[in-house]
Design a binder for this molecule. Structure first.
Ligand code: ADP
Length: 302
């Protein structure tokens, strides 16, 4: 049986419709038109690439984008000042800080000063805490998109053995939490895991979020395993690849997301939807109703 290639564009199309619908709902309820500010300190190629993909996606759904650029030598006080001014800016419903920051600035500064109501990446302690408690929150786009990709293709989560490779605050850790909330049995692997292959081999689904090209190879999985690849790695040749050795795995897996074209397009639309959700949060002044714009698994075929 040939592997199923799980294309993100299919999911993205379904999501696009729902985002456009939710913008309408937001404005009907008296909310402002959603707008995302992306804050970039200095500049690096991967942040710029991510920002351009945001610009493309947001244009198609009709959400405004405000690029905010601060110089490389921005001080911590100036970064805080920029965040506070975005928190108070009523024309902005969501704020995304492009990472990594220059070496002299700490990511914690952003986490501690960004309003949770505008935190479209779900990185503030308030949103992260609420996510891990199963309360409504603005959820990191990448893991939330992964869940919706599985739902879209009708891949069951409940009762599955799922191994997550990576424990970052934006991908691996929240993904594991979301999968556990859906009643999967979750194993989290990381750099200090003694025998990674042992844990990938015993999994029904392997989720890759390690940022390491060709990390998962065919000898590390059972035939028929489903592989969801969140890795984004740029090779020296300039080629973009995930964490899976896709070309060799494709003959062994049951299903796999390609890179590019798998989880990426879904992430961008979940970010767009989070910007609308943040609009609801700004309107109501709390995070209790951001589930408004979540996609119901039942709306997907399969
Ligand atoms: P991302 O933002 O894509 O999640 P990070 O660089 O923030 O990426 O985190 C990478 C994560 O992947 C870390 O938790 C790290 O422990 C894990 N990781 C990296 N390389 C390996 C590896 N070879 N085996 C297992 N885990 C790994």
């Amino acid at each position: 049986v040939p592997a199923q290639i799980l294309k993100g564009s299919d999911v993205a199309n379904a999501l696009r419709e729902s985002v456009i619908e939710s913008i309408q709902r937001l404005t009907e309820q008296g909310g402002r038109m959603p707008a995302l500010a992306t804050l970039m300190v200095g500049s690096n190629p991967s942040s710029q690439a991510y920002r351009s993909s945001i610009v493309r996606t947001f244009k198609r759904v009709g959400i405004a984008h405000h690029p905010i650029d601060l110089p490389d030598e921005t001080t911590e006080a100036e970064l805080i000042e920029a965040l506070v001014s975005l928190n108070n800016d009523e024309t902005v419903t969501g704020v995304l800080t492009l990472m990594p920051l220059p070496g002299h600035l700490r990511a914690e500064t952003v986490l501690e000063h960004l309003s949770p109501l505008k935190d479209v990446d779900g990185i503030t302690p308030t949103n992260a805490g609420r996510l891990h408690m199963g309360l409504p929150s603005l959820r990191p786009s990448t893991p939330q998109g992964g869940i919706e990709l599985l739902d879209y293709f009708g891949i069951p989560i409940e009762g599955m053995e799922i191994t997550v490779v990576g424990r970052s605050n934006v991908v691996g850790r929240p993904l594991a939490s979301l999968l556990m909330q859906r009643n999967a049995t979750v194993t989290i692997c990381h750099r200090k895991t003694r025998d990674l292959a042992h844990h990938t081999r015993s999994a029904d689904i392997v989720c890759l979020a390690a940022g390491s090209a060709h990390l998962l190879t065919p000898d590390m999985i059972d035939p028929g395993t489903i592989v969801i690849d969140f890795g984004v790695n740029v090779l020296e040749s300039g080629a973009l690849v995930g964490d899976a050795d896709f070309d060799r795995l494709v003959d062994v897996v049951g299903a796999i997301t390609p890179v590019p074209g798998g989880t990426g397009p879904v992430t961008a639309l979940v970010l767009a939807r989070n910007t609308v959700a943040a609009g609801f949060a700004c309107l109501s002044g709390d995070l209790d109703h951001v589930d408004f714009v979540r996609i119901n698994a039942a709306t997907y075929p399969g």
